[in-house]
Design a protein around this ligand. Structure first.
Ligand SMILES: Cc1ncc(COP(=O)(O)O)c(C=O)c1O
Length: 947
């Protein structure tokens, strides 16, 4: 037997345990289980056509060779991306640390206080620098954040503006090209009329509800927007500003001008360029717009004992509750990157960040002075880090590229140079040498940076920032390492135990898949370099697209969307573009089953569709008669069906082909939500069920870690007729020949983390991928059978099997006064993260073990749930002082002199033997959900509050 196969490391159960697991389930073989799980008519007839698996060692060599094909030039392109220095202490303790990257979105606040604090630091940093009242805990990228800003300003139009249908939005022509492209894609179906122009010529007419300005402008010019902002206010036009976060250290904060929203990226706070991402965008606004703020917000609250605690605030804005009325479709964002950017601010503090911003600025001003001596006119009258030169672009480019330097060339007579944190005197002299050769003139080298300012006093920042203690305490590496560790220890991640979140697929994120992310040959590439310089990336991304195309049974793939929800939006937009191309652009009805994830209706609305909800039948499946009736009723306008497969109920519905046929017969396209693709790979696929497009969550099925709530990658895979419309990018050509506009800022979205999925497929190969799917189904059905005497599982397939997850009914326990949340919190005492709570059915948990969990871990988890079931039977509705209602139990409770509970300390904290060996303590008691929303506070509170 080969022992170096990656499948052996990725898949939990051992061959020797298979028989016992199959016996428990009641089948003779894995093949029989799969036969009983997946309908025959959608099974694949042949194995996936993918190369054979590499061992981990072979993969390391393979990916290293591809990395060497990327040419790392000194790059000064700017346009929203700048090389930065990731402090090694953050690289090692956060980016490369599964304690941070394998955690889930902090829904279970009691075991997530560490990342909640790190995100509160991020929000505080953003609020300080932008001068705004509140900020969220990250968005996907700057351009999508700008689109969310436009949507917010549209939503908060005053009554008269709404009544008069005021729908014009002005975008300064100095806005980044990728942002303009993305906003154009968005505006179309939101009924917003975009006007792009010079802000100095803007007429402040009542036809406009909002504007977007770039600060500094895309070629570096810093404008004084004071008068513009006051005129907007007079005309009741709201203002969004896309601001460079580092420039705000030296420039007056937009918040001080009174703008309404500030957005941008925090990439240059220590995050690798990674050929476009992932990076955390920020979104800051006024408190009065808090209910319209997109994405997750971390807020301060208190726990049951009144202790300081953090949690996600104002969750009622999100899609889970608001569905088609949600403020935005964003669910997964960029938590890991936000944590890193926040830690960068903790590491440097205000004085360090000021030093970096000053050095960048003086590098730019000294460079401009030197180039002026060579006769190159600098066109920006005031600037932070980017100079704009009049020069023969072709001549400069030829010499620069020969010297492995990239500038940006907006037109044939202009060159822009954006300085970054890594730029040294030597680098500046290399730039000067290029221009010296172009001018054919000698020039002295720079030997020191003079403190020349190119920002007028009236525009320079006066206000202090990062004054909170957290940004002023951890300067030595020892201190910062311990602070990061302290936060990490508060959080339960995959390093502790299985995280059985249904629909989230918390599988192994293998070290071999993650290691390349630390390689600068992958990290230090700007997304807008000429593609020839990114040969390694081009090979990986092209192959990954092909592999995903093969796995889904489709024709083409776009890696651009940065999350599942963005994939949904992208897929629907592609459908709309296709329908328009065949003269059916009027189609706008989207059928969505009632059990769908909230992002489905939220995305459909963004794509300008009207949502029609279809019913579920008694057994949880789509009610085919209802669906048919609605498809026929809307046949003249039917655009699409969005269907999750296997369903969100964890079932392979056998009517799926009939369902897709009904939609096609009535003129619609079928969008398959691929969040559950982990039950399909190698056994069936979206093409086989008759879908036309699907998104995949690479952060579920294809091993990208959840990072505490992002990064994510949500590629879309499409059938032939949709391929021409795959999304493009205005700077680097990508997408189909009739590409829709940008969906993300970068041409290939979060290219850096695509390496993880590439490694996953490369090391598992066709056989390993199929085996992984089979074991995901095996593990789910094993848990289902082990729990069957104690809990009722809702919904199974026709032959009685679950797919890769199952819904366990907790509603009957209400008779004992026990809610599903009590079970979720009690699981913490047993060392486990709760499964998904109340989705898709209120009062239930949805368990998805994944293939990566071993039999021993599945048994511990089942033992815990069975023990909890016994505890439930000991409770009564009349008495709520019990071990479930008081869960989770903290160390502070256990060690307190007082113990007033009617059960022992041992029962509270060590209810089963295995726990003592590896106890995980929640750091707070149950958090007060409502208090935090009533007293919204989204920045670091004064230190006394922690006492
Ligand atoms: C069924 C389903 N669809 C869509 C999504 C949205 O994906 P993302 O969080 O990547 O935006 C999820 C995420 O949990 C999901 O479970």
């Amino acid at each position: 037997m080969r022992t170096d196969s990656f499948a052996l490391r990725h898949i939990g159960p051992r061959e020797s345990e298979l028989k016992e697991m199959l016996n428990t389930i009641g089948v003779d073989s894995l093949e029989q289980l799969i036969y009983e799980t997946i309908p025959d008519d959608i099974r694949l007839k042949s194995p996936l056509n993918l190369p054979v698996a590499l061992s981990e060692n072979q993969y390391a060599e393979h990916i290293g060779k591809l990395a060497a094909k990327n040419k790392i030039f000194k790059t000064y392109i700017g346009l929203g991306y700048h090389q930065a220095i990731l402090p090694a202490v953050i690289q090692r303790n956060v980016l490369e640390n599964p304690g941070w990257y394998t955690a889930y979105t902090p829904y279970q606040a009691e075991i997530a206080q560490g990342r909640l604090e790190a995100l509160l630091n991020f929000q505080t940093m953003v609020s300080d620098l932008t001068g705004m009242e509140i900020a969220n805990a990250s968005l996907l990228d700057e351009s999508t954040a700008a689109a969310e800003a436009m949507a917010l300003l549209h939503a908060v139009r005053n009554r008269k503006q709404k009544k008069d249908n005021v729908n014009k939005f002005f975008i300064s022509e100095e806005t980044l090209p990728q942002t303009i492209s993305l906003l154009s894609t968005r505006a179309d179906f939101l009924g917003i009329d975009l006007v792009i122009g010079n802000h100095q010529e803007f007429e402040f007419s009542s036809e406009f509800f909002g504007v977007l300005l770039q600060y500094p402008g895309k070629y570096g010019q810093v404008h004084n927007y004071t008068a513009f902002v006051s005129q907007c206010k007079e005309a009741e036009i709201k203002i969004a500003v896309a601001a460079d976060i580092l420039s705000l250290v030296k420039l007056q904060a937009p918040g001080e001008l009174g703008v309404d929203v500030v957005v941008g990226t925090t990439q240059r706070f220590g995050i690798p360029l990674g050929y476009g991402g992932p990076h955390a965008a920020y979104f800051a606004t006024k408190e009065e717009y808090k209910r319209n703020l997109p994405g997750r917000i971390i807020g301060v609250t208190k726990d049951l004992d009144g202790n300081h605690a953090l949690r996600m605030a104002l969750q009622t804005r999100e899609q889970h509750i608001k569905r088609d009325k949600a403020t935005s479709n964003i669910c997964t964002a960029q938590v890991l990157l936000a944590v890193m950017a926040g830690m960068y601010a903790v590491y440097h503090g205000p004085e360090g960040i000021k030093y970096i911003a000053d050095t960048v600025h003086y590098s730019a001003t000294n460079l401009a002075a030197q180039l002026a001596r060579l006769g190159f006119e600098q066109l920006n009258t005031s600037y932070f880090d980017t100079i704009r030169l009049k020069a023969d672009a072709a001549a400069v480019k030829a010499i620069a590229e020969k010297n492995e330097i990239n500038f940006y060339y907006p037109d044939s007579e202009t060159v822009t140079i954006s300085i970054n944190e890594t730029t040294t005197l030597e680098d500046l002299n290399a730039i000067i040498a290029v221009f010296s050769e172009v001018a054919n003139k000698e020039c002295d080298s720079l030997t020191e940076l003079l403190k020349n300012e190119a920002i007028p006093t009236e525009l320079s920042r006066k206000k202090e920032f990062l004054t909170h203690e957290v940004f002023n305490s951890y300067r030595s590496e020892t201190e910062l390492m311990r602070y990061i560790k302290k936060l990490e220890r508060k959080d339960l991640s995959l390093t502790h135990s299985m995280i059985s979140l249904g629909s989230c697929t918390m599988k192994l994120n293998a070290a071999s898949e993650m290691l390349p992310l630390s390689n600068p040959q992958w990290g230090n590439i700007h997304p807008f370099v000429p593609v020839e310089q990114a040969e390694g990336y081009q090979i990986v991304l092209n192959r990954l697209e092909d592999q995903l195309t093969e796995i889904t049974g489709f024709s083409a793939t776009s890696l651009q969307p940065n999350s599942g929800a963005q994939g949904e939006y992208a897929g629907l937009m592609v459908i709309r573009a296709y329908q328009k191309s065949i003269g059916e652009g009027h189609r706008n009805i989207c059928l969505i089953p009632s059990s769908a994830h909230g992002t489905n209706p939220a995305s459909a609305v963004l794509a300008g569709m009207k949502v029609v909800v279809t019913k579920a039948s008694e057994n949880g499946n789509i009610d085919v008669d209802d669906l048919r009736e609605k498809a026929i009723k809307h046949k003249d306008n039917l655009a699409a069906l969005m269907v999750t497969y296997p369903s969100t109920h964890g079932v392979f519905e056998s009517a799926i082909k009939e369902i897709t046929q009904i939609i096609h017969n009535n003129g619609g396209q079928v969008y398959m939500d691929g969040a559950n693709m982990n039950a399909q790979v190698g056994l069936t696929n979206p093409g086989a069920i008759g879908a036309d497009v699907c998104h995949l969550n690479l952060h579920k099925t294809f091993a990208i870690p959840h990072g505490g709530g992002g990064p994510g990658v949500g590629p879309i895979c499409v059938a032939k007729q949709l391929a021409p419309f795959l999304p493009g990018n205005p700077v680097i050509k990508t997408g189909g020949e009739s590409a829709i506009g940008a969906i993300s800022s970068a041409p290939w979205g979060s290219a850096l983390v695509c390496l993880i999925s590439y490694g996953y497929i490369k090391m598992l190969g066709s056989k390993g991928l199929q085996k992984a799917t089979e074991h995901a189904i095996l593990n789910a059905n094993y848990v289902k059978e082990r729990l069957s005497e104690h809990y009722k599982t809702l919904y199974s397939g026709e032959r009685g099997r679950a797919a890769h997850e199952m819904i366990v009914d907790c509603r009957p326990f209400k008779a004992n006064g026990i809610e599903v949340s009590d079970i979720a919190k009690r699981l913490i005492d047993y060392g486990f993260h709760a499964p998904t709570v109340s989705f898709p059915v209120a009062g239930t948990v949805m368990i998805e073990p994944t293939e990566s969990e071993s039999k021993a871990e599945l048994d511990r988890f089942c033992d815990a749930l069975i023990s909890i079931r016994k505890e439930i039977s000991e409770t009564s509705a009349e008495e709520d002082n019990n071990v479930l209602k008081n869960a989770p139990h903290t160390l502070q409770m256990l060690t307190s002199d007082e113990w007033s509970f009617p059960y022992s300390r041992e029962k509270a904290a060590y209810p089963l033997d295995y726990i003592a060996e590896n106890k995980f303590w929640p750091s707070v008691r149950r958090v007060d959900e409502a208090f935090g929303d009533r007293n919204l506070m989204c920045t670091c509170p004064p230190t006394e509050e922690y006492a």
